[in-house]
Design a protein around this ligand. Structure first.
Ligand SMILES: [Zn+2]
Length: 183
């Protein structure tokens, strides 16, 4: 899952940070915070105020600052699973949350396999608005790209297929002869 945090108020309003890999990220005023809100911007943000735990399929925020409240969508929370459109508040600073997850255009589901395949070439973020993805099992023979050629390379396995008006073809399927993803 890719999580984008955007400042909704304060002197750096609208600046954002995309967290593109699973991990644990600290929101706070400390020098080492991953998403830093300096004391000059907001004196009510603790050095380590909240922890954002980003996994492949979900993400949650956990309070780290005992006395400084963590607020999600207006509620004081210790911990909350985040969804697209949620708002986190630390101190006086409000942070918008955008989550991006690939889903299968045939069955509407997502999953670990689809997430990993969609970003296997590191371009999920770049292509997220123009790409579509599918589980291989959800493709009917008519939709299967296996055995077809793109740029002279034969697709052996269409794990993920994306079609783009701007880029022509994009595919992270395994290609014969290359052993690598290609586009
Ligand atoms: Zn599917």
């Amino acid at each position: 899952m890719i999580v984008t945090l955007t400042l909704l108020n304060g002197p750096r309003k609208n600046s954002s940070l995309a967290l593109r890999s699973p991990g644990r990220y600290v929101i706070g005023s400390g020098e080492l915070a991953d998403f830093r809100i300096a004391r000059e911007e907001d004196p009510y943000v603790a050095g380590e105020h909240a922890l954002l735990d980003v996994a492949a399929l979900c993400c949650k925020v956990v309070s780290l600052a005992g006395t400084n409240p963590l607020i999600v969508n207006g509620d004081h929370v210790r911990e909350r699973v985040l969804a697209n459109g949620h708002t986190i508040q630390v101190g006086l600073t409000r942070i918008g949350v955008q989550t991006l997850l690939p889903w299968c255009y045939r069955c509407g589901e997502t999953g670990q396999d689809l997430v990993e395949s969609a970003d296997s070439d590191g371009r999920f973020w770049e292509l997220n608005e123009i790409a579509v993805y599918s589980h291989p099992a959800c493709l009917t023979p008519d939709h299967s790209f296996s055995g077809k050629s793109i740029a002279g390379m034969e697709i052996q396995r269409s794990w993920v297929v994306a079609v783009s008006a701007l880029y022509g073809w994009h595919s992270t399927a395994r290609l014969a002869g290359s052993g690598q993803s290609n586009r």
